[in-house]
Design a protein around this ligand. Structure first.
Ligand code: SF4
Length: 386
């Protein structure tokens, strides 16, 4: 898998609407909005896009329409957004990976076909579990059957690049149920799978349920077993593990995610989105109404920004790069920062190497199998190190 060129860049577009709120979710989402709100939001988004004055000079290689549930937006709105991108950049978007997140139950073949005609060429469906009782407990707004129907509809609509998301470590989830979830999604023959461990975020209904003893999580070693089992099953099924949580059919990796892990530039559109370019990180107003009002009043939607110190960028580059199966390229690190990683972090890298947690393979430094098991420990080593 070749690395993106240092100047390749991506565009993230946030669509915050959801049908209902899942118990574990702390993403920037709103529920209960209708078509008129959608139109006003997309109008604001297009204003924000028009007002972006600086565009990276390299190639746009990926557009990611994430959420929320972007598939709640009518295809016409997606079409308007992608058309505006084409027009401003003066390019065709042929060859650009254009991913849209969707939730089962919000799509059918005709709707998906229209997204496809607009240029969306990669679909990411949130399946999450293969048992209706888990989906209901998480307050997911769909069933297992709807997930399977969503994939079938996407294939009929012409999508040949489909990702499915699954979560493990759910409350009261057993290893046998996790095995069934893996079997279920593999039966749908996806091109890409993301297996995420459930994160309990403060202030979510799930966190409250756990505090009050109304739900319990599988023990830590059970979640580790689920991660291991997921990896084994997917590799057996011919998937390539290319990042700690991500697996793909050959050449079907997510270009967009790789831009994040290699710290390439990405621009941000939409409420709560984050951008990164030239050691600067910025974020867009989170509240949907405030975002719309700001754009209507002539603003650019930006809520704040920070400059990353060089040392901070280098640390981030390493821990993000170590998430990838192949690790990070020493040459690329040197091209970006004009220093060898060993010169910048010799003590830390040497210590991890002696403990068998990282290894060097030609120009790459990567986690060993043991390093993968202790990945969070390894990543923490790059916080505050030099
Ligand atoms: S569908 Fe996704 S974004 Fe929407 S509430 Fe559920 S987890 Fe959050």
């Amino acid at each position: 898998m070749t690395n993106p060129s240092l100047s390749d860049w991506g565009l993230y577009i946030h669509i915050p609407f959801c049908r209902s709120r899942c118990t574990y979710c702390d993403f920037n989402t709103v529920i209960g909005m209708g078509e008129e709100d959608h139109r006003r939001y997309v109008d604001a988004l297009l204003l924000q896009w028009q007002r972006i004055s600086a565009i990276p000079r390299g190639n746009l290689v990926s557009i990611f329409i994430g959420g929320g549930t972007p598939s709640l937006l009518a295809p016409d709105h997606i079409d308007r957004i992608l058309e505006a991108v084409r027009r401003k950049l003066g390019i065709s978007l042929e060859g650009v990976e254009i991913t849209m997140e969707a939730n089962p139950g919000t799509v059918n073949e005709s709707r998906l076909h229209k997204y496809r005609l607009s240029g969306v060429n990669r679909l990411s469906l949130g399946v999450q579990a293969w048992q209706n009782h888990h989906l209901q407990r998480l307050k997911r707004a769909h069933s297992v059957l709807e997930a399977a129907q969503g994939v079938e509809a996407a294939r009929l609509a012409g999508f040949d690049n489909i990702n499915l998301d699954l979560i493990y470590g759910l409350p009261q989830q057993t290893l046998a149920e996790w095995e069934d979830s893996l079997t279920g999604v593999l039966g749908l023959n996806p091109d890409h799978l993301s297996l995420y461990q459930l994160q309990v975020e403060e202030g979510t209904p799930l966190a409250v349920q756990l505090q009050r003893g109304r739900a319990s999580l599988p023990a830590g070693d059970m979640s580790a077993d689920m991660a291991d089992r997921g990896r084994e099953r997917l590799i057996e099924a011919g998937f390539v593990p290319y990042e700690i949580s991500n697996y793909c059919r050959p050449n079907k990796h997510s270009r967009h995610n790789r831009l994040y892990w290699t710290m390439n530039p990405y621009l941000a559109l939409g409420a709560g989105a984050h951008g990164y370019w030239n050691a600067r990180r910025w974020w867009i107003i989170r509240g949907v109404r405030r975002y719309i009002e700001d754009l209507q009043a002539g603003g650019n939607g930006i809520a704040g920004e920070e400059r990353l110190e060089r040392l901070e960028e280098m640390r981030e580059y390493i821990w993000l790069g170590l998430r990838e199966e192949g690790g990070f390229s020493r040459n690329r690190f040197r091209d970006k920062f004009s220093i060898n990683p060993e010169s910048a972090f010799g003590a830390v890298l040497g210590g991890l190497h002696r403990r068998g947690l990282v290894e060097r393979q030609s120009e790459y430094i990567r986690l060993t199998g043991r390093g993968r098991d202790l990945a969070n420990y390894v990543f923490r080593e790059f916080v505050g190190s030099s």
